[in-house]
Write a protein that binds this ligand. Structure first.
Ligand code: FNR
Length: 362
Protein backbone atom coordinates (compact mmCIF):
# COMPACT_ATOMS: atom_id res chain seq x y z
CA UNK A 1 0.00 0.00 0.00
CA UNK A 2 1.15 3.53 -0.79
CA UNK A 3 0.99 4.64 2.82
CA UNK A 4 3.79 2.14 3.50
CA UNK A 5 6.13 3.69 0.94
CA UNK A 6 8.72 5.57 3.00
CA UNK A 7 9.93 9.01 1.94
CA UNK A 8 13.20 8.92 3.84
CA UNK A 9 15.65 6.47 5.32
CA UNK A 10 14.44 7.00 8.89
CA UNK A 11 10.99 5.77 7.98
CA UNK A 12 12.46 2.40 7.06
CA UNK A 13 13.37 1.95 10.71
CA UNK A 14 9.72 1.88 11.74
CA UNK A 15 8.86 -0.54 8.93
CA UNK A 16 11.72 -2.77 10.06
CA UNK A 17 10.38 -2.69 13.61
CA UNK A 18 7.03 -3.92 12.37
CA UNK A 19 8.62 -6.62 10.21
CA UNK A 20 11.05 -8.10 12.72
CA UNK A 21 10.82 -10.15 15.89
CA UNK A 22 11.79 -7.92 18.82
CA UNK A 23 15.00 -9.87 19.48
CA UNK A 24 16.32 -9.16 16.00
CA UNK A 25 15.08 -5.57 15.84
CA UNK A 26 16.87 -4.89 19.12
CA UNK A 27 20.02 -6.57 17.80
CA UNK A 28 20.07 -4.40 14.67
CA UNK A 29 19.20 -1.11 16.33
CA UNK A 30 20.99 -1.41 19.62
CA UNK A 31 24.23 0.04 20.91
CA UNK A 32 26.50 -0.54 23.89
CA UNK A 33 25.58 0.28 27.49
CA UNK A 34 24.07 3.79 27.82
CA UNK A 35 23.97 4.08 24.03
CA UNK A 36 25.53 7.54 24.31
CA UNK A 37 27.73 6.95 21.29
CA UNK A 38 24.86 5.42 19.33
CA UNK A 39 22.76 8.55 19.83
CA UNK A 40 25.59 10.98 19.49
CA UNK A 41 26.59 9.58 16.09
CA UNK A 42 23.35 10.98 14.68
CA UNK A 43 23.11 14.06 16.89
CA UNK A 44 26.61 15.26 16.05
CA UNK A 45 25.56 15.58 12.41
CA UNK A 46 22.70 17.86 13.48
CA UNK A 47 25.14 20.26 15.10
CA UNK A 48 26.88 20.91 11.78
CA UNK A 49 25.30 23.33 9.34
CA UNK A 50 25.90 23.78 5.65
CA UNK A 51 27.27 26.98 4.08
CA UNK A 52 25.61 26.97 0.67
CA UNK A 53 27.08 28.88 -2.25
CA UNK A 54 24.60 30.47 -4.62
CA UNK A 55 24.29 31.27 -8.31
CA UNK A 56 26.33 28.43 -9.70
CA UNK A 57 25.43 26.27 -12.64
CA UNK A 58 23.94 23.15 -11.07
CA UNK A 59 22.00 21.80 -14.05
CA UNK A 60 23.86 18.53 -13.85
CA UNK A 61 25.35 17.04 -10.72
CA UNK A 62 28.10 14.42 -10.83
CA UNK A 63 27.87 12.14 -7.79
CA UNK A 64 30.37 9.58 -8.95
CA UNK A 65 33.64 8.95 -7.17
CA UNK A 66 36.42 6.39 -7.01
CA UNK A 67 37.35 4.11 -4.15
CA UNK A 68 40.71 2.32 -4.44
CA UNK A 69 40.48 3.04 -8.16
CA UNK A 70 36.98 1.62 -8.63
CA UNK A 71 34.37 3.95 -10.09
CA UNK A 72 31.11 4.03 -8.20
CA UNK A 73 27.93 5.99 -8.76
CA UNK A 74 27.91 7.77 -5.40
CA UNK A 75 30.09 8.21 -2.32
CA UNK A 76 27.93 5.84 -0.27
CA UNK A 77 29.04 2.26 0.40
CA UNK A 78 27.40 -0.56 2.28
CA UNK A 79 29.04 -1.09 5.70
CA UNK A 80 29.66 -4.65 6.89
CA UNK A 81 26.78 -5.80 9.05
CA UNK A 82 26.31 -9.39 10.10
CA UNK A 83 23.46 -11.86 9.72
CA UNK A 84 21.23 -10.47 7.00
CA UNK A 85 19.12 -13.62 6.94
CA UNK A 86 17.65 -12.55 10.24
CA UNK A 87 16.20 -9.60 8.29
CA UNK A 88 15.25 -11.37 5.06
CA UNK A 89 15.48 -14.98 3.85
CA UNK A 90 17.65 -13.98 0.87
CA UNK A 91 20.17 -12.47 3.27
CA UNK A 92 23.37 -10.89 1.98
CA UNK A 93 22.59 -11.97 -1.59
CA UNK A 94 19.70 -9.48 -1.70
CA UNK A 95 21.93 -6.77 -0.24
CA UNK A 96 24.69 -7.47 -2.75
CA UNK A 97 22.26 -7.35 -5.66
CA UNK A 98 21.01 -3.98 -4.49
CA UNK A 99 24.62 -2.78 -4.35
CA UNK A 100 25.12 -3.98 -7.95
CA UNK A 101 21.94 -2.27 -9.10
CA UNK A 102 23.05 1.01 -7.52
CA UNK A 103 26.62 0.61 -8.75
CA UNK A 104 28.24 0.88 -5.39
CA UNK A 105 30.48 -1.25 -3.18
CA UNK A 106 29.32 -3.73 -0.57
CA UNK A 107 31.55 -4.71 2.32
CA UNK A 108 30.58 -8.25 3.27
CA UNK A 109 30.80 -9.05 6.97
CA UNK A 110 32.76 -12.04 8.23
CA UNK A 111 29.59 -12.83 10.17
CA UNK A 112 27.40 -13.15 7.10
CA UNK A 113 24.64 -15.73 6.82
CA UNK A 114 25.35 -16.37 3.13
CA UNK A 115 28.87 -17.57 2.40
CA UNK A 116 31.31 -15.24 0.70
CA UNK A 117 31.28 -17.63 -2.28
CA UNK A 118 27.48 -17.49 -2.60
CA UNK A 119 27.52 -13.71 -2.51
CA UNK A 120 30.32 -13.56 -5.08
CA UNK A 121 28.50 -15.78 -7.54
CA UNK A 122 25.17 -14.00 -7.30
CA UNK A 123 26.05 -10.39 -7.99
CA UNK A 124 28.33 -8.18 -10.03
CA UNK A 125 28.89 -5.57 -7.33
CA UNK A 126 32.41 -4.64 -6.36
CA UNK A 127 32.83 -6.37 -3.02
CA UNK A 128 35.23 -5.90 -0.13
CA UNK A 129 35.54 -8.47 2.65
CA UNK A 130 35.45 -7.47 6.31
CA UNK A 131 37.77 -9.49 8.49
CA UNK A 132 37.96 -10.27 12.16
CA UNK A 133 41.10 -11.94 13.43
CA UNK A 134 40.43 -15.21 15.19
CA UNK A 135 42.48 -16.82 17.92
CA UNK A 136 43.05 -19.42 15.24
CA UNK A 137 45.01 -17.17 12.89
CA UNK A 138 44.97 -19.86 10.22
CA UNK A 139 41.21 -19.38 9.95
CA UNK A 140 41.56 -15.67 9.27
CA UNK A 141 44.24 -16.43 6.68
CA UNK A 142 41.93 -18.96 5.07
CA UNK A 143 39.09 -16.44 4.91
CA UNK A 144 41.37 -13.86 3.33
CA UNK A 145 42.49 -16.39 0.69
CA UNK A 146 38.89 -17.30 -0.06
CA UNK A 147 37.94 -13.65 -0.37
CA UNK A 148 40.82 -13.02 -2.73
CA UNK A 149 40.10 -16.01 -4.94
CA UNK A 150 36.41 -15.11 -5.06
CA UNK A 151 37.07 -11.65 -6.44
CA UNK A 152 36.78 -9.49 -3.35
CA UNK A 153 38.87 -6.38 -3.98
CA UNK A 154 39.99 -5.38 -0.49
CA UNK A 155 40.16 -6.58 3.10
CA UNK A 156 38.45 -4.35 5.65
CA UNK A 157 40.13 -5.16 8.95
CA UNK A 158 37.88 -4.30 11.89
CA UNK A 159 40.03 -3.31 14.85
CA UNK A 160 37.54 -2.10 17.45
CA UNK A 161 36.46 -5.53 18.63
CA UNK A 162 39.04 -7.25 20.87
CA UNK A 163 35.91 -8.12 22.86
CA UNK A 164 32.30 -7.49 22.04
CA UNK A 165 30.73 -4.33 23.46
CA UNK A 166 28.01 -4.88 26.03
CA UNK A 167 24.73 -4.55 24.22
CA UNK A 168 22.28 -4.87 27.04
CA UNK A 169 19.23 -5.53 24.90
CA UNK A 170 20.93 -8.63 23.50
CA UNK A 171 21.82 -9.76 27.00
CA UNK A 172 18.21 -9.32 28.17
CA UNK A 173 16.77 -10.99 25.09
CA UNK A 174 19.26 -13.85 25.38
CA UNK A 175 19.97 -13.24 21.70
CA UNK A 176 20.28 -16.41 19.68
CA UNK A 177 22.23 -16.14 16.41
CA UNK A 178 22.84 -18.64 13.62
CA UNK A 179 26.46 -19.79 13.18
CA UNK A 180 28.33 -17.60 10.68
CA UNK A 181 28.29 -19.33 7.30
CA UNK A 182 31.90 -18.40 6.51
CA UNK A 183 33.13 -20.35 9.50
CA UNK A 184 31.34 -23.56 8.59
CA UNK A 185 33.79 -26.44 8.60
CA UNK A 186 36.58 -24.15 9.81
CA UNK A 187 35.71 -23.59 13.42
CA UNK A 188 33.33 -24.91 15.98
CA UNK A 189 30.82 -22.14 16.52
CA UNK A 190 29.05 -23.96 19.34
CA UNK A 191 29.68 -21.57 22.17
CA UNK A 192 27.61 -21.87 25.26
CA UNK A 193 26.47 -18.50 26.46
CA UNK A 194 26.40 -17.74 30.16
CA UNK A 195 22.67 -17.25 29.83
CA UNK A 196 23.04 -13.85 28.15
CA UNK A 197 23.77 -12.87 24.55
CA UNK A 198 24.69 -15.76 22.28
CA UNK A 199 26.66 -13.39 20.07
CA UNK A 200 28.75 -12.34 23.05
CA UNK A 201 29.65 -15.96 23.72
CA UNK A 202 30.54 -16.53 20.07
CA UNK A 203 32.68 -13.42 19.62
CA UNK A 204 34.49 -13.58 22.90
CA UNK A 205 35.08 -17.29 22.38
CA UNK A 206 36.65 -16.93 18.95
CA UNK A 207 38.19 -13.50 18.31
CA UNK A 208 41.80 -12.78 19.21
CA UNK A 209 42.15 -9.98 21.77
CA UNK A 210 45.96 -10.11 21.52
CA UNK A 211 46.06 -8.89 17.90
CA UNK A 212 48.15 -5.70 17.72
CA UNK A 213 49.85 -3.31 15.30
CA UNK A 214 52.86 -5.58 14.79
CA UNK A 215 50.57 -8.35 13.57
CA UNK A 216 49.32 -6.41 10.57
CA UNK A 217 52.56 -7.39 8.82
CA UNK A 218 51.41 -11.00 9.18
CA UNK A 219 48.04 -10.16 7.67
CA UNK A 220 49.73 -8.40 4.76
CA UNK A 221 51.89 -11.44 4.18
CA UNK A 222 48.76 -13.53 3.59
CA UNK A 223 47.34 -11.47 0.73
CA UNK A 224 47.94 -9.13 -2.19
CA UNK A 225 44.71 -7.29 -1.50
CA UNK A 226 44.79 -3.75 -0.14
CA UNK A 227 43.85 -3.47 3.53
CA UNK A 228 41.49 -0.86 4.91
CA UNK A 229 41.48 -0.40 8.67
CA UNK A 230 38.05 0.10 10.26
CA UNK A 231 37.70 1.58 13.72
CA UNK A 232 40.19 4.47 13.88
CA UNK A 233 39.09 7.40 16.09
CA UNK A 234 42.29 9.33 16.89
CA UNK A 235 45.11 11.04 15.03
CA UNK A 236 47.58 8.85 16.89
CA UNK A 237 46.10 5.68 15.44
CA UNK A 238 45.70 7.29 12.02
CA UNK A 239 49.48 7.83 11.97
CA UNK A 240 50.08 4.24 13.14
CA UNK A 241 47.81 3.01 10.38
CA UNK A 242 49.90 4.84 7.80
CA UNK A 243 53.07 3.38 9.30
CA UNK A 244 51.84 -0.19 8.89
CA UNK A 245 50.85 0.54 5.31
CA UNK A 246 47.07 0.46 5.08
CA UNK A 247 45.38 1.51 1.83
CA UNK A 248 42.65 3.46 3.57
CA UNK A 249 41.17 4.34 6.95
CA UNK A 250 37.57 4.02 8.07
CA UNK A 251 36.68 6.31 10.95
CA UNK A 252 34.17 4.20 12.85
CA UNK A 253 32.93 3.41 16.34
CA UNK A 254 31.07 0.35 15.10
CA UNK A 255 27.80 2.24 15.08
CA UNK A 256 28.01 2.81 18.85
CA UNK A 257 28.03 -0.92 19.52
CA UNK A 258 31.52 -1.27 21.00
CA UNK A 259 33.02 1.35 23.35
CA UNK A 260 30.27 3.54 24.74
CA UNK A 261 31.37 7.18 25.19
CA UNK A 262 33.69 6.92 22.26
CA UNK A 263 33.18 10.09 20.19
CA UNK A 264 30.70 10.57 17.41
CA UNK A 265 32.58 9.74 14.27
CA UNK A 266 31.79 13.01 12.50
CA UNK A 267 33.36 14.88 15.46
CA UNK A 268 36.74 13.18 14.95
CA UNK A 269 36.78 12.84 11.18
CA UNK A 270 38.71 16.03 10.64
CA UNK A 271 41.34 15.09 13.24
CA UNK A 272 42.01 11.89 11.31
CA UNK A 273 41.92 13.61 7.92
CA UNK A 274 44.48 16.18 9.06
CA UNK A 275 46.82 13.45 10.33
CA UNK A 276 46.52 11.47 7.11
CA UNK A 277 46.84 14.34 4.67
CA UNK A 278 46.33 13.06 1.16
CA UNK A 279 48.28 9.86 1.76
CA UNK A 280 45.33 7.44 1.79
CA UNK A 281 41.58 7.96 1.49
CA UNK A 282 39.61 8.38 4.70
CA UNK A 283 36.09 7.00 5.06
CA UNK A 284 33.51 7.33 7.80
CA UNK A 285 30.51 5.45 9.11
CA UNK A 286 28.06 5.95 11.96
CA UNK A 287 24.79 7.84 12.03
CA UNK A 288 24.52 8.68 8.35
CA UNK A 289 20.81 8.94 7.64
CA UNK A 290 20.50 11.83 5.17
CA UNK A 291 22.11 13.06 1.99
CA UNK A 292 23.07 16.16 3.96
CA UNK A 293 25.01 13.89 6.37
CA UNK A 294 26.97 12.51 3.41
CA UNK A 295 27.59 16.08 2.23
CA UNK A 296 28.89 17.12 5.66
CA UNK A 297 31.22 14.12 5.85
CA UNK A 298 32.64 14.89 2.42
CA UNK A 299 33.11 18.55 3.37
CA UNK A 300 35.10 17.45 6.42
CA UNK A 301 37.37 15.34 4.25
CA UNK A 302 35.82 11.90 3.78
CA UNK A 303 36.24 10.25 0.38
CA UNK A 304 32.99 8.38 0.91
CA UNK A 305 30.72 7.15 3.70
CA UNK A 306 29.40 3.74 4.68
CA UNK A 307 25.91 3.02 5.95
CA UNK A 308 25.04 0.16 8.28
CA UNK A 309 21.62 0.11 9.90
CA UNK A 310 19.65 1.86 7.14
CA UNK A 311 20.61 -0.93 4.76
CA UNK A 312 19.47 -3.57 7.22
CA UNK A 313 16.21 -1.71 7.80
CA UNK A 314 15.59 -1.53 4.04
CA UNK A 315 16.31 -5.24 3.80
CA UNK A 316 13.99 -6.12 6.69
CA UNK A 317 11.17 -3.94 5.36
CA UNK A 318 11.29 -4.73 1.66
CA UNK A 319 14.16 -7.08 0.81
CA UNK A 320 16.44 -6.24 -2.11
CA UNK A 321 14.03 -3.53 -3.25
CA UNK A 322 14.19 -1.92 0.18
CA UNK A 323 17.98 -1.77 0.11
CA UNK A 324 17.85 -0.21 -3.36
CA UNK A 325 15.36 2.37 -2.10
CA UNK A 326 17.57 3.27 0.85
CA UNK A 327 20.61 3.75 -1.38
CA UNK A 328 18.61 5.71 -3.95
CA UNK A 329 17.13 7.98 -1.29
CA UNK A 330 20.57 8.84 0.05
CA UNK A 331 21.77 9.44 -3.48
CA UNK A 332 18.86 11.69 -4.41
CA UNK A 333 19.16 13.62 -1.16
CA UNK A 334 22.89 14.12 -1.67
CA UNK A 335 22.28 15.32 -5.21
CA UNK A 336 19.72 17.84 -3.98
CA UNK A 337 21.99 19.02 -1.15
CA UNK A 338 24.78 19.55 -3.68
CA UNK A 339 22.54 21.47 -6.06
CA UNK A 340 21.26 23.69 -3.26
CA UNK A 341 24.84 24.28 -2.05
CA UNK A 342 26.25 25.11 -5.46
CA UNK A 343 28.35 21.97 -5.93
CA UNK A 344 28.08 20.23 -9.29
CA UNK A 345 30.50 17.42 -8.46
CA UNK A 346 31.73 15.66 -5.33
CA UNK A 347 35.15 17.28 -5.84
CA UNK A 348 33.57 20.71 -5.39
CA UNK A 349 32.43 19.93 -1.84
CA UNK A 350 35.01 21.65 0.36
CA UNK A 351 35.69 22.47 3.99
CA UNK A 352 34.17 25.90 3.52
CA UNK A 353 30.78 24.31 2.81
CA UNK A 354 30.20 23.44 6.46
CA UNK A 355 30.30 25.17 9.80
CA UNK A 356 30.83 23.12 12.93
CA UNK A 357 29.34 23.97 16.29
CA UNK A 358 32.68 25.28 17.52
CA UNK A 359 32.98 27.65 14.58
CA UNK A 360 29.47 28.96 15.17
CA UNK A 361 30.42 30.30 18.59
CA UNK A 362 33.29 32.38 17.26
C1 FNR B 1 27.56 -3.93 12.54
N1 FNR B 1 28.87 -3.54 12.32
C2 FNR B 1 29.82 -4.48 11.98
N2 FNR B 1 31.09 -4.09 11.69
C3 FNR B 1 32.01 -4.99 11.32
O1 FNR B 1 33.13 -4.61 11.04
N3 FNR B 1 31.69 -6.32 11.24
C4 FNR B 1 30.44 -6.78 11.49
O2 FNR B 1 30.17 -7.97 11.40
C5 FNR B 1 29.47 -5.84 11.91
N4 FNR B 1 28.20 -6.25 12.21
C6 FNR B 1 27.24 -5.31 12.49
C7 FNR B 1 25.93 -5.73 12.69
C8 FNR B 1 24.93 -4.79 12.91
C9 FNR B 1 23.52 -5.24 13.09
C10 FNR B 1 25.24 -3.40 12.95
C11 FNR B 1 24.19 -2.35 13.16
C12 FNR B 1 26.55 -3.00 12.77
C13 FNR B 1 29.23 -2.09 12.32
C14 FNR B 1 29.00 -1.48 10.96
O3 FNR B 1 29.96 -1.92 10.04
C15 FNR B 1 29.11 0.04 10.98
O4 FNR B 1 30.30 0.43 11.59
C16 FNR B 1 27.94 0.74 11.68
O5 FNR B 1 26.75 0.03 11.47
C17 FNR B 1 27.80 2.15 11.15
O6 FNR B 1 26.82 2.85 11.84
P1 FNR B 1 25.30 3.02 11.32
O7 FNR B 1 25.35 3.37 9.84
O8 FNR B 1 24.61 1.73 11.59
O9 FNR B 1 24.82 4.13 12.16
Amino acid sequence: IMAEEPVNVNEFKELARKALPKMYYDFYTGGAEDQYTLQNNEEAFRRITIRPRILRDVRSIDLSTTVLGYNISMPVLIAPTSMHKLANPEGEIATARAASACNTIMVLSTGSTCSLEEVASSCSAIRFFQLYVYKRRDISAKLVQKAESNGYKAIVLTVDCPRIGRREADVKNKLVVPPPKNLEGLLSTEFVSDGGSGLEALINGTLDPSFRWEDIAWLKSTTNLPILIKGVLTHEDAIKSLEVGVAGIIVSNHGGRQLDYSPATIDVLEEVVHAVGEKVPVFIDGGIRRGTDVFKAMALGARAVLVGRPVVFGLAAKGEYGVKRVLKMLKDELELAMALSGCSSTKEITRSHVRTEHEQRI
